[in-house]
Structures are given as C-alpha cells and as structure tokens.
Design a protein around this ligand. Sequence first.
Ligand code: ADE
Ligand code: ZN
Length: 350
Amino acid sequence: MEAKKALTSEQAKFKKLLLSLPKTEIHLHLEGLATANTIWKLIKKNNLQYKNINSKQDLEKKFHVTSLDDFLDLFINIIQNSLVCESDIEYLIDDAKDYFLKNNIIYSEIFFAPSKFIQTGFDFKKIVKILTGGAEKIKKNHNIDIKFLIDVSRSFGIENAMKNLDLVLANPSPAIIGIGIGGSEKKGPAKDYAKVFEKAISKGLRVVAHAGEDVGPQSIWDAVEHLKAERIGHGISAIQDEKLMTYLAEKQIPLEICPTSNLFTRKYTKTLKEHPVKIFFSRNIYVTINTDDPTIFSVNLIEEYMNLLVEGLFTEKEIIQIIKNGVYATFLPESRKNAIWKLIEAKLPK
Ligand code: ADE
Ligand code: ZN
C-alpha cells in the first residue's frame, strides 16, 4: 500500500467540502463494514477459536490480504463465521450506521451474502426481519436510507444461488431491492448464473454483478450479455478490451469502481497511479467510486475520493462529477436522485 501524503491547504479545504456533501455509496458489503472491534467482540461472545488469532491485533493483521482468494477466505471463514445467530447481524448494522454518519452518506445500496449463514442454519425470514428493522431504525434515527442487494454468490454453486433468489422472492421486503453476484469470479463464470438473473429480472428485482475484478474482460461481457447486469462491480479488466470500453461508454453502464479494494487484491493494478479508472473516465465510461469492504481495507469513502485527488488522477471538478454519477447510478426513482443532487449542488461553492 502506498504511503499517505500530507494534504496541501487546498486539498484540506476540499476534504472539508467533501465531508459536508451528502453522498451515496452503491458498492459495499455489510460484512465488510464490521470493525475488527465488532468481530473480536463476536468471537469472544460466541466462544470461537481460530488458528493464530489470539487477540484483536492478530485479527487486524488478518485484514492484510493480497489476493481475492485470501480476501474471500477471511470474509467467509472468519468474518461471516463469527456470527452464530441472526441477531448478531445487528452488530454489523450498527457499524454500518457509524460508517454512514462519519462519511455523510445519506443513501446506500449494500450487499449482504446469506449463503454461509444459511449453511449454518440461519433462518432467512429472520435475516430479512433484521435487515428490514435495521434499515427502518437508521432511517428513523438518522434520516439515512439503506437498501440491500442480496449477493446470491458464485462461490457456492448455481443451485445455491437459485435457492437464495427463491428465498428473496418468498420473503419480500421494501429494504431488499435486488440481487448481485459476488464471491469467486474464477470459480463461477457469470454465464452459469443466467437463469438466476433472468428469473430475478422477471420478478422485478434490480440486478448487478461483480465482474472484471479477478478475471479478464470476457467476464464483463458475460455479465452484461448473459446476466443483463444493470451495473458492474469493479469492471477494471475492461482496460484490456477496447471494444468493451466503447460499449460500456455507449451504453452508460455504471462501473462501481473500488480503488483501494483493487490495490489489496492486486490483480489488475498494484498502484493507484496506474489504476484504469482515469482512462475509463476519460473515455466517457460511467464511473462511480466506492469502498467495497471499508473496514477490511481500512478506507472510507472520503479517503477514496481524497486519494484520487492527491495522486492526481482526478481534479476537484471531476470528483464532484463522480459524486453526481454515484447519485444517478442508484436504483432510486428519478425524482429522489434529482432531490439528492439538488442538496449536493446547494453546498457547492458558487
Ligand atoms: N464479497 C465481498 N467483497 C467482495 C469482492 N470484492 N469480490 C467478490 N466478493 C466479495
Ligand atoms: Zn464487492
């Protein structure tokens, strides 16, 4: 990871402005919002033992992943595994609330991946009740809107993904607006999940897909052509395919770019300076900026924007445009998107 540079006074002023702007975030995972503190609390409460994890510091050290496979091992086998009953999810919702307040995020679409929990006996109806109740509480106490996208997962096979979708359909909630597909991109080619997505779309759910994070551009083609994904999570391997970049720009399919996450998983870029996001933006591809798993990657949304500014990838004006993109790439009704953008515009220097 690159060393942090001190901010110039101009940059510090922009950081203040960023904080004052109400923002949206559309690619982050509820489990990746859990702090090491929370996971350590759950490990103690639930009397769990993990090899080589004897303190909170040991746990924090585990957060230094260097590939998607390492990351998914941590995500599934330690973080998710540390929740042993449905009500443990409330700890994660509480961490999410703190994160949104700290970053002045007023609307977010958050992934939740139920596969591991269902395997260990969680009741999906209870999960939905907790997610819905959590969203209602955050709205009531802080006026922050959150919606969930259920990550049907490509790590547990096609049947499991269809089962997840059927559970979503059997337990409708205003807090759950669609599905996504995360997990191991190498193990689960998008096209294998076409039937799952076709059914989700036919039932009125919104659909997104992680693609081009750990596998080449064909994975992105598959996500748009076979899954009809409305947005692409990451999409960074598109840099290897001129035709795909032109297509993404023409169709204005939003890319949910997560720069810091990409530096941890190290597949297509190892430094922020060479991250393809700058080229995507200059090619008129619809770029949004997100954190993916903020506590695991020790980053937040304000820092993501500031890193891009400080490293010279974007100007302040371009960052405001990307924040606007983040509003218009949500699944909110057009009137609400316009209202959020108005709130932002009102805070911008004239
Ligand atoms: N689950 C949580 N974060 C993920 C990522 N970056 N890619 C795939 N699955 C994930
Ligand atoms: Zn993700």
